[in-house]
Design a binder for this molecule. Structure first.
Ligand SMILES: [Zn+2]
Ligand SMILES: [Zn+2]
Length: 119
């Protein structure tokens, strides 16, 4: 928000392009506009709702109705020189004792705090 930047999930976009453009983008852009215009207010309050209605002509629905079950999760790992997003399968292998090494620095990949929280 502070950088006026929005990140959208690439897999959700690919799987739900239509709904994404119709709902998610207006929803999130409205959040951004709400922040720029009104600062700290209720996230889905009257300011956000009026932007949804007047800027995008959308019925304001505060929930993103998306099935994110199909989205592949990734787990964050690090070596000495880089960071990696590992698939759930590789992550599970590591939990069972497998070790993956960085091709560049040959240090074993270590789970970052984020990944541990997702476990
Ligand atoms: Zn929202
Ligand atoms: Zn490395």
């Amino acid at each position: 928000m502070q950088q006026n930047r929005l990140n959208f999930h690439p897999i959700l976009y690919k799987e739900n392009t239509r709904a994404f453009l119709d709902d998610v983008v207006p929803h999130e852009v409205s959040h951004l506009l709400t922040w720029i215009l009104f600062g700290k207010v209720q996230p889905h309050g009257k300011e956000w709702q009026s932007i949804m209605i007047h800027v995008f002509g959308r019925k304001p629905d505060p929930t993103h109705q998306f099935d994110i079950k199909g989205v592949t999760r990734s787990f964050h790992y690090r070596c000495e020189c880089d960071s990696y997003a590992l698939s759930t399968r590789r992550h599970n292998n590591i939990l069972r004792g497998a070790q993956y090494k960085c091709r560049k620095c040959s240090a074993p990949l270590r789970m970052t705090k984020e990944a541990e929280a997702e476990r």
